[in-house]
Design a binder for this molecule. Structure first.
Ligand code: ARG
Length: 585
């Protein structure tokens, strides 16, 4: 593993050195380097510096240029406009840097210098309930962020805060006690669909009874008390609901190609033993106060529509603990026991007020200390084509499985149409990889906080900013590499580069810088944007520069080298988004 400095950072260093040599009175001034259309890079730092030193920017810039003779890195440097520096990099430096990247498993991307521990809360469906499009986002974004953080060297602890506790279990368990065979399955393994459909049936039946039969309602309420008291029979039945739901969750996550491990599923019930203590600590410290019997935390800037303060309720007046008590206890566990220095929550933006209040409460209580960062990656809503929250024609929430199945069907049709000598089995496998990739990419290429329209036609399109486009670019490169026969990818730094080769090469070199930004800001859409641009630059390169029919054997090798590095960068980047890149399509 050898990290490779980018051309931009080498050049930055070189100009900064030249600056302090030419103008020692300037101190450590930033050359303000950025990519430019005119040359490869432009440095604007001389303007601010001239102001500071009360000099003429063009004259100062000329002095700096004197310190920067053309050489291995710099081909050409000139003063332009009011005092910019325009810099062109040598072709040789580009190819040498890329060769160093190619020689490294991590493509020269450095590990974080000071990795920390992040606990990330994502992929949190609810027991005995169908997964819907909202769970698509918390799973897909969370999975990508986990991969991106782990690639940077961060220690990541995953937490699936599933909704597995609450009063609705009283009703479900009581119903099951009175109808003991409702969750039985005849023989063999139960599929996720079967598990969900029996849970659904049971849910509906018990709800109907609950709403129509006062005596059942009373028995269901007593059952909640038994559950909270830890009664063994009640807990055993509750566990059956959890287990049955997990069969279903796992089947959906498998379809979604998101890996979930059992030990990372710590649902709301996992914090049950801490709730009373959490409340006691809050009350003793005065962070929370009793108000009409409920334990509440107040905030100056949080008011209801009536203008009255709207508190975070940690314990209801009937003694029951709510969502907030669980989240506060989870913070104590994640910081106190898991030693997190960053807490991430991939949760719907509509829960932002909840998290704002929970974080603030935890700060006041001293559970979130100064060194600990807590961030909600609040995601936007998935919309239908009409721009309204995505619903079925009947106005119901869309089942995640139905949506994924449809995406796979559409993608399979695309793959089948383009397929050359693929077997039916291969078409099905690729269809799933393309379909799921399309759904994930559409989600991840939009910034997390924004809403987006779920439009399958657009998602599986071969043109435009889609995963299909990226997957085809990758597969096309693999096919060229297979066709190359004896010729192997090899860098030849002595060869001059065509404009499309330079543009591709400069972009390839920026992979690490892009990732650093994506990692620091938790913004997978910037990685998607980088990859899309990479595939576009590759398409131009491929149109303008013959690879296997290039003029000399060296040029064939050098172009194969560019193809290969592009493919590896695409593959690495897509894998960080959780998207497969089939070798052949
Ligand atoms: N189960 C919740 C839902 O389906 C999400 C849980 C979010 N995580 C948390 N720590 N509150 O919306």
């Amino acid at each position: 593993m050898a990290s490779v400095p980018s051309l931009a950072s080498s050049l930055h260093q070189r100009i900064a050195d030249a600056l302090s040599a030419a103008l020692p009175e300037a101190g450590a001034a930033d050359p303000l380097l950025r990519r430019s259309d005119r040359a490869d890079f432009q440095a604007n730092g001389m303007l601010a510096l001239a102001k500071k030193l009360k000099g003429n920017p063009r004259e100062l810039a000329a002095k700096v240029v004197e310190q920067l003779p053309a050489g291995e890195l710099i081909k050409d440097i000139e003063v332009s406009g009011p005092g910019f520096l325009n810099v062109t990099i040598t072709d040789e430096a580009i190819t040498r840097t890329l060769a160093a990247r190619a020689a490294d498993d991590r493509l020269g991307v450095p590990l974080a210098e000071h990795p920390g521990t992040t606990v990330i809360d994502y992929a949190q469906p609810n027991v005995a309930k169908e997964m819907h499009v909202g769970h698509l986002r918390n799973s897909v974004i969370g999975d990508a962020v986990v991969r991106i953080l782990e690639f940077s060297g961060e220690q990541v602890v995953r937490r699936h805060h599933i909704g597995d506790w609450g009063t609705q279990f009283g009703m479900l368990i009581q119903y099951l006690i009175e109808h003991p065979h409702e969750l039985d399955h005849k023989g063999g393994e139960v599929s996720g669909e079967e598990a969900m459909s029996s849970l659904n049936r049971l849910y509906k039946a018990s709800r109907t009874l609950f709403d129509s039969d006062e005596e059942f309602k009373a028995r269901a309420r007593r059952r909640v008390v038994d559950l909270q008291a830890g009664d063994a029979e009640t807990l055993a039945l509750w566990q059956r609901f959890v287990d049955e739901s997990k069969i279903y969750f796992y089947s959906v996550f498998e379809k979604l190609d998101v890996e979930i491990r059992d030990e990372d599923i710590v649902g709301e019930s996992g914090y049950n033993d801490m709730l009373a203590e959490t409340c006691r600590l809050l009350e003793e410290s005065g962070v929370a106060v009793r108000s009409n019997g409920a334990l509440c935390v107040f905030f100056d800037d949080v008011k209801g529509p009536d203008g009255k303060p709207s508190p975070l309720i940690v314990q209801k007046s009937d003694g029951g603990f709510g969502y907030a008590a669980t989240d506060l206890s989870a913070i104590r566990d994640r910081v106190g026991s898991l030693k997190a220095d960053t807490l991430l929550y991939v949760v719907d933006a509509r829960q932002s007020l909840h998290f704002k209040m929970v974080f603030e409460t935890a700060r006041r209580a001293g559970w979130l200390t100064e060194g600990v960062k807590a961030v909600q990656l609040g995601f936007g809503t998935v919309l239908g084509k009409d721009g309204k929250p995505f619903k079925t024609r009947e106005g119901e929430t869309v089942r995640l499985v139905d949506l994924l199945d449809e995406a796979i069907d559409r993608a399979t049709a695309v793959v089948r149409e383009k397929a050359q000598n693929l077997t039916e089995e291969q078409i099905a496998e690729r269809g799933a990889q393309v379909g799921i990739g399309a759904v994930k990419y559409a989600d991840l290429s939009t910034s997390v906080s924004r809403d987006y329209k779920f439009d399958l036609d657009q998602m599986v399109s071969l043109n435009g900013d889609t995963s299909v486009y990226l997957q085809y670019a990758y597969a096309r490169i693999q096919s060229i590499l297979r066709k190359a026969g004896e010729a192997r990818p090899a860098a030849h730094p002595e060869l001059p580069l065509a404009p499309a080769e330079r543009a591709l090469g400069m972009h390839l070199d920026q992979f690490g810088e892009n990732l650093a930004e994506v990692t620091a800001s938790y913004e997978p859409h910037k990685l998607a944007g980088y990859l899309y641009q990479l595939a576009s630059l590759y398409t131009t390169f491929y149109a303008e520069c013959p690879v296997l029919k290039a003029e000399t054997p060296q040029q064939v090798e050098n172009r194969l080298f560019l193809c290969d590095l592009t493919a590896r960068t695409l593959r690495q980047g897509m894998s960080l988004l959780g998207i497969r890149t089939p070798e052949q399509l």
